[in-house]
Design a protein around this ligand. Structure first.
Ligand SMILES: *Cc1c(COP(=O)(O)O)cnc(C)c1O
Length: 510
């Protein structure tokens, strides 16, 4: 199987491994498979009898990855092994009649990015190894990441001690939660670095981008250190393919648990930011998994809700709002480009992406809009509504959710029809404990914590949530143990290219 790109500007037709190492296509498009494979219903249902690693391996093989089957199996055993706190990896839990939750946070960093980032770095490292052995690649890779909290930790954990790679993560100093900062600065691994940046997330992201696009720096890295830069971000096909696997897996589990009749449709509701997770569900549907409607849930950054309602994607003059679901705070949902490619083809995508770059908006044609409407429904949930949903669902069902999941739950209740619905849960409640605490105590989003809570560390506050919500899932061991680990990384650098470049230079020398 070869890959093509969404703008038809890259003639290279890479294999899976080449697409993973290259990341973004020449011309700015995203890699997509030249054709989509399919699963029969019996094959999908048969997944219920397999461990998760075998389900993921079967999906990778069906998508024609250019890695020997026994290596795929070995890498999957590594990706979905003992670092997960539930051997089902991505379990489906029935919370109330007709509403099931797909829990994607049993990995080492307690959020959904682990589903892809425990897997993709293994295939990345394998691909570099193969290319170096074949003599088609001379360098190792340095992954640079700007993070608002979640992605950085998941990427660190995924790349830690992987051959042929190093990773340096930059976060806004003072701009991530207590728990998120501790997760990053205590990261283990000989090939990892973490720096705070003086500024907000935007400053952090522009600084990393500036270093990334500096040809002089690239040359210095190559000549002095034998390194190339990579970003391993969520538009990389290597991060998308693992996200198809858990939807195939979830349908098999739904049927096995009696949540849906074999072959009957289930809807899925996904808390959406960059459109990667819900695109995994779209691909699963296209390969034959009986998924009915794709329910796209947004927070107050609701550009996707408007797009699915009107066919116009418009970020001109749209403010960026902060919310209790920060991993969905996004204006440009990059992976939407892949959906548009499959619905309308590369010429249309080129035109729309040009309009987006020039005018910050584009409108799709009528047939494409009709196709979107046939597949997707969308709604958005306000900050206060998402906190209220956390409290209500805990009270009614004894199930405690984080605010990202709450957005999906509330949207699912509004949008669902007769079919059973799978609500996708993207973070353990303890990952965003302060807002869960606010929700349970009836405080508004953004309200300062009062009383004893005001004095508590992020970790102490989690214990307090457990007192308020005794039926909640236990605090994951890696989070509970954070304050027992040494803080390895204390560096803080200035924003801008120079800050990032000097941080990387210093890190490479130690
Ligand atoms: C990244 C993330 C999302 C958004 O997923 P996309 O693939 O970007 O749509 C939602 N919830 C959490 C907790 C995340 O980390």
């Amino acid at each position: 199987m070869r890959y093509t790109d969404t703008r038809a500007l890259d003639p290279s037709r890479p294999t899976f491994s080449e697409a993973v190492v290259t990341g973004i296509a020449a011309g700015g498009g995203l890699y997509v498979p030249e054709r989509l494979p399919s699963f029969s219903l019996d094959e999908v249902l048969g997944f219920a009898g397999l461990p998760y690693r075998d389900r993921a391996a079967a999906v990778f093989e069906r998508f024609g990855v250019d890695v020997a089957p026994e290596r795929v199996s070995a890498l999957m055993a590594d990706a979905y092994g003992a670092q997960w706190d539930d051997e089902r990896i991505a379990p489906v839990v029935e919370v109330t009649a007709g509403v099931h939750v797909l829990e994607l946070w049993h990995g080492p960093t307690s959020a959904f990015k682990d589903m892809a980032l425990q897997c993709m770095p293994l295939f990345f490292s394998e691909a570099v190894d193969t290319m170096q052995a074949a003599g088609t690649l001379a360098e190792d890779f340095l992954v640079l990441v700007a993070t608002s909290g979640d992605t950085g930790k998941a990427a660190l954990e995924g790349f830690a001690d992987r051959d042929h790679t190093g990773i340096v993560v930059f976060y806004p100093d003072g701009g991530v939660s207590d728990v998120q900062r501790l997760q990053m600065v205590t990261q283990h691994g000989a090939n990892v670095g973490v720096f705070g940046v003086r500024g907000n997330f935007d400053d952090c992201q522009s600084a990393v981008k500036a270093a990334f696009n500096d040809p002089g720096f690239a040359e210095e890295l190559r000549e002095r250190h034998g390194l190339r830069l990579s970003s391993a971000n969520s538009i990389n096909w290597g991060r998308l393919l693992p996200q198809i696997a858990y939807y195939v897996s979830a349908y098999a589990d739904m049927v096995a648990q009696g949540g849906v009749k074999p072959g009957a449709p289930m809807d899925v509701c996904v808390p959406t930011g960059n459109f990667g997770n819900i695109l995994g569900a779209y691909y699963a549907r296209m390969t034959g998994v009986p998924i009915g409607r794709l329910l796209c849930a947004s927070n107050e950054n609701n550009v996707l809700t408007d797009f699915i309602a009107t066919g116009t994607y418009d970020i001109s003059g749209r403010p960026f709002v902060t919310t209790p679901s920060p991993s969905m705070d996004i204006l440009v949902s990059s992976n939407l480009e892949r959906l548009l490619y499959h619905l309308a083809g590369p010429e249309a995508v080129r035109e729309w992406m040009r309009e987006l770059a020039e005018h910050r908006r584009f409108t799709v044609d009528r047939p494409t809009f009709a196709a979107v409407r046939e597949l997707f429904s969308a709604d958005w949930v306000s900050n206060d509504e998402s906190l209220a949903t956390i409290a209500r669902v805990y009270k009614e069902h004894g199930y405690l959710m984080d605010a990202h999941t709450a957005v999906a739950w509330e949207a699912a209740e509004r949008l669902r029809g007769e079919d059973p619905v799978l609500v996708v849960s993207t973070a353990h409640w303890a990952k965003f404990g302060a807002d869960v605490y606010r929700a349970l105590t009836g405080a508004a989003y953004g309200a300062p914590l009062t009383g004893a809570a005001a004095e508590m560390s992020g970790l102490r506050l989690l214990d307090e949530v457990r007192v308020l919500a005794p039926d909640a899932a236990a605090i994951p061991a890696p989070l509970a143990g954070l304050n027992t680990l040494p803080e390895r990384f204390t560096g803080v650098v200035d924003a801008g290219r120079d800050g990032v470049v000097s941080a990387v230079r210093g890190w490479l020398e130690t």
